[in-house]
Structure formats: structure tokens, C-alpha cells
Design a binder for this molecule. Sequence first.
Ligand code: ATP
Ligand code: MN
Length: 461
Amino acid sequence: MKRKTVKEILKNSGELTGKRVDVKGWVRTRRGNKNVQFVALNDGSTINNLQIVFDLSKFSEESLKPITTGSSIHVEGELVASQGAGQSVEVLADTLEVYGTSPADYPLQKKGHTMEFLREKAHLRPRTNTFGAVLRIRHALAYAVHKFFNDKGFYYFHTPLITASDCEGAGAQFQVTTLPLQELPLNEDGSIDYSKDFFGKMASLTVSGQLEGELGATALGLIYTFGPTFRAENSNTPRHLSEFWMIEPEMAFYEIQDNMDLAEEFIKYCVNYALEHCYDDIKFLNDHFDHELIDRLKFVVDNDFVRLSYSEGVKILEESGKKFEFPVYWGVDLASEHERYLVEEHFKKPVILTDYPKEIKAFYMKLNDDGKTVRAMDVLFPKIGEIIGGSQREENYEKLTKRIEEMGLEGMDWYVDTRKYGTVPHSGFGLGFERLVQFVTGMQNIRDVIPFPRYPKACEY
Ligand code: ATP
Ligand code: MN
């Protein structure tokens, strides 16, 4: 017989009732008595289990012994309307094949393990309800990202993961080298001779695909990237990973207003897509961890984001009378506690903050007429803080080269060529994919929304 997934069986239970089905999966629980045994079977296709009923007049107790939590089985039998509460249909098993037993030391025996415990068992945690839900939502969001941009006429543009440009300034980089670390080749002045390295120069893992993305946008018009990003910052926070996925759209002929409109529409689209396609999983997380999750997601979809300038934001923070851990003043790089105050306590809505002091933002952002601020835009979210960072880019060749000189950046000829030949106003932003998954799942820690998290001192599997 052709196997069906649990999801297919439950979805089509109406027409399948009374028919034989073939199903395979992992045992979540087994319970029952001398006459009948009930198995909750899960195959990962959905959060919902399928109940399998073993009648002990057909199966010996001995033959059911290998069916323990975590074991893997194959069952055929008739799908019938369920007698018990809790499920609409169940399978009356008439064949049983055990693929793999699961000894009593299986770590996921009980419900209610802590996230910390499960992080230690990250090789098995996808088999739990919680991580199954998170990973299915993660998949749906990734699909939504591609669908959103594809439907809008954007091209998926692949920027390099290994790069020799260290000018993004977004964070510390991981170096990529094949040089022997015990015996480094040196120049006469004692510095490392990178001409002997694999690429003949110093290379690193990318912290952002933006600069290369701009090369794509100034040719294809509308592009987005969606790929791994690496930052060697030693930040042990619930919002930072050393390896994460970033989505970076870049748009020719977009000014900052267009950029904000796109960012807002994009996030709402993704959140709404998850609500429509992953409701069972979101409901599970809502009921077990975060009772306000669904309300919060609907609120974001249904309400306009607040838009205001950094200067106005700082004024609100200064006048709030609130004691922050880090002091607030014009010019400060806002900390997460400041961002979350604006979003969660003052406006109670997502906020897009614009026009930051140029000193705290990257060199490529377009300078405003005041000469002090740049056309940056950060999208700030409840629970998360910054979810998107973006800007209108400086398209003026003289202003950009002056800024590059001021900052002492080198090797940027290829980048400024976009301004030298046929420059256009353009804009873009970066969305940290895991922060989006965190928001949609309500998970407290970003380490729990990626299958195998990398963070300082943690690189397992
Ligand atoms: P933060 O201030 O929160 O550290 P950032 O300003 O350094 O972020 P950007 O360089 O603007 O971040 O990157 C764009 C987006 O990438 C951020 O808005 C955030 O969603 C995400 N991001 C940045 N750093 C990380 C990280 N270490 N782990 C996960 N996501 C990140
Ligand atoms: Mn940022």
C-alpha cells in the first residue's frame, strides 16, 4: 500500500474513513489495558498525532513490547471514526512492523523539558511538539519570503558567503584561511603575509550581502538575497546568533518612504502567511507558552506601524522619566531596552525609526540636508527590538567617496562604480530571519528557532 502522512490522513479523514490506510511514524506515547492499547503516532508532517488502536485479540502483548516512546513503526489498518474524545478518527491496526526500538534512556520521555535541556539535545529536539511546530513555521516563513518577493517581480540574487570586503562595519567577522596557524608566513615588518593565503588576500565570512546586493539592484532593478550571515560578536543575548539567515532586498529608484512601505508590507505578509498556513502550530505555541501570541500576531497584521524620527524617539525616551540601564541622549546608539520602551510601553505598536545620527550608522547611508543625520530606518518590534535595519543609500559619488575617505575604508572601487556610472536613488534593508521566526513563534530565545544554533562556545553537530 502507498503510505500516507498523518497530515494527509487527518486532512482527508472524511473520504478515508472506512478505508485501509498505511502509515509510518514515531511513537509519542502508548497506553491502554489488557484488551486494547492506544498509540499516539507522529510523523512530523503535522503537530497532530494519529491514534493507532491495537486490539489484543489480534496482537500478542509480546509483539507490542517494542512499541515504546521514540520507537518507529509502520502500521496498516482501517481508518474509523474514533470512539474516544480527543480525536475524530483512529486506525484499527491489523499489521505492525517495527523499524527501530527506542530504549528506556530515550531523552524525550517526558513532556515539559526545559528549553535549556532541549538545547543540550539539539540532535533530538526536532522530535518534540514544540520544535516540530517551530521548524514547520520556519519553513512556511521561508517559503513566504520567496513568494512575496517573486510575486512582486524581485529577483533572488546570490551574494557571496566568502568575501574580501571588510567594509560593511556591521559586526566582527570570522576569518577564512588555510594558512598554518602554528607557522604563519610573515612579511619583513612582522605582519602576516596574506599573499600566501588561499585567496592571496585576507578573506572572511560575510556579515551582510548588501554591498554586493546593490550591484544586483543597480542592474536588475529589484533584487533580494536570502542566505546565511556570520557575525563573530561576543553577544550572549537571546536575540543574537553567530550564524543566522538574513533577507536583504535592494531596490533601484526607491526612496526611504518606499523602503518603509515595502518593509511594513513584507513583514505583515509573512506574519499573515504563517497565521493562514500554520494555525495548528501557532495555536499549540499560544496555548502552551505564550497566551498572547495569536493576538499579538493579528495586531501586527491589522495595524499601521508608527513612523517617527530618531530625534523624536530620543525626546520621548528622555521625557519618559523611566530609569534605563543605559542613559539616553541625542547621539546614543539605542539599546534594546530603549527600543522596546517605545514599542511596548509608549506606542504599543511596531515603530519605524528614521533619520539617525550619521556617526552611529554605516558609511553608505544617504546624508540628509541637515548634514548630521542619515536616511536610516530601523523597524522595532515588541519582544524583539530591532527586527529590520535599512536605509536609503548615498547615491552621490562625491559625498560617498568623501565619507569612505573619512572612515579610512579601502578597496571600495567596485562599490563606488555604481555611483560613477549611471547612479540612481536606491534603498534596501536587512531582516534577520530568526528574529522574524522568533516573533511569529513567540520563542523567548533565538537559539530555539534554528535547528542547530551557533553562538559563542557552542558549535555542536
Ligand atoms: P543589533 O543592533 O540588534 O545587534 P544590528 O544593527 O547589528 O542588530 P544590522 O546590521 O542592521 O543589525 O542587520 C540587519 C538585521 O539582521 C537586524 O535588524 C537583525 O534583525 C538581524 N541581526 C543582526 N545581527 C544579528 C545576530 N547576531 N543574530 C541574529 N540576527 C541578527
Ligand atoms: Mn541595525
